[in-house]
Design a protein around this ligand. Structure first.
Ligand code: NAD
Length: 309
């Protein structure tokens, strides 16, 4: 067991629910650090991969959660999280977990759902933390994720040493739901800025600019942003960007469409007079409904180019 794990108040057993693209490598990093983990996933392929990584697996979520100090969820959506907490055709995890269990949700879900999940957990006598991530599968494998955390201060101190085993930046954003709020705001910036960068490159092409010339200027001028300098949507200027491998993700269009729908929900529920966020959401919904779901989100540039006269 590592120093961190040995001294963490959350050192007890972690029930890790959802061992997919992200959860699998995250749980493997906890095991490598010497933490006690028991996993559960309903999909046999995920179970096999987890067992191969040395993660002990339970046959039900209840079996894993009943004996855990921390119930960590890494699930596709807020509905999955709320269904698991409350139960669908029987008791939910909140009613079978030991009192004062720490429910740690790392999935990306609606801010309102995160607040609802936290209220339910607290009402059932537990603790709640929302800690969505950025960094993708590569970050999950390397243990370099950024965690955006919504938690009471004492719960943040409890989970921080655990999160440090899976990530390199752990940011306490505020109370319950604040982690999801930070995630949704960040990804709205990302979606909007990628569209802007892609439109600028297509305009540059029409105006006779080389990609390199536009990159050399914008990356050192006021157009500078992550969508340009790290995930550049044209091949060449940034050799590691997905554009150089035919837009293999990276960050898939389906995930960007999902995150922008969460941003749209948050914009609507708060009444913000936004124009760009909702437009970006429509653009990425259309991209994901076509062949963009499995392509990197920077592939939006090919749609813009194809539609241009
Ligand atoms: P995934 O679909 O690969 O994995 C989700 C896993 O949850 C699946 O294996 C599924 O079988 C399992 N599952 C579903 N219901 C369950 C239940 N009740 N109990 C236990 N397991 C259950 O998805 P992913 O790519 O790993 O993403 C997980 C979350 O992380 C999502 O909310 C996603 O938006 C977010 N996220 C993903 C990325 C990424 O690059 N993939 C990046 C940042 C955040």
């Amino acid at each position: 067991m590592t120093e961190n794990a040995a001294h963490s108040p959350a050192t007890g057993l972690i029930a890790f629910l959802g061992l997919g693209h992200m959860g699998g490598p995250m749980a493997a990093n906890l095991i490598k650090a010497g933490h006690q983990v028991i996993g559960f996933d309903p999909v046999p392929a995920a179970v096999e991969a987890a067992l191969a990584d040395g993660i002990p697996m339970a046959s039900t979520a209840h079996e894993a959660a009943a004996k855990a100090a921390v119930v960590l969820t890494m699930l596709p959506s807020g509905k999955h999280v709320l269904d698991a907490y409350q139960g669908v055709d029987g008791p939910g995890l909140l009613s079978i977990a030991k009192p004062d269990t720490l429910f740690l949700d790392c999935s990306t879900i609606n801010v309102d759902e995160a607040r609802e999940a936290a209220a339910l957990a607290v009402a059932a006598g537990h603790r709640s933390v929302d800690a969505p991530v950025s960094g993708g599968v590569v970050g999950a494998e390397a243990g370099t994720l950024t965690f955006m955390v919504g938690a009471l201060p004492e719960d943040f101190e409890t989970v921080k040493p655990v999160l440090e085993l899976m990530g390199k930046r752990i940011v306490h954003c505020g109370d319950h739901g604040a982690g999801q709020a930070a995630k949704v705001c960040n990804n709205m910036i990302l979606g909007v800025s990628m569209i802007a960068v892609a439109e600028a490159f297509v305009l540059g092409e029409k105006l006779g600019l080389t990609h390199q010339a536009l990159f050399d200027v914008a990356s050192n001028a006021s157009g500078q942003c992550w969508a340009l300098t790290t995930n550049c949507p044209v091949p060449g200027p940034v050799p590691t960007s997905p554009a150089n491998r035919d837009y293999q993700p990276g960050f898939a269009g389906a995930l960007m469409a999902k995150d922008l729908r969460l941003a749209l929900n948050a914009l609507e529920s708060t009444g913000v007079a936004a124009e760009m966020g909702p437009l970006a959401s429509r653009i990425y919904d259309a991209f994901a409904a076509g062949d963009g779901a499995g392509r990197d989100f920077s592939g939006i540039i090919t749609e813009i180019r194809d539609k241009s006269v």
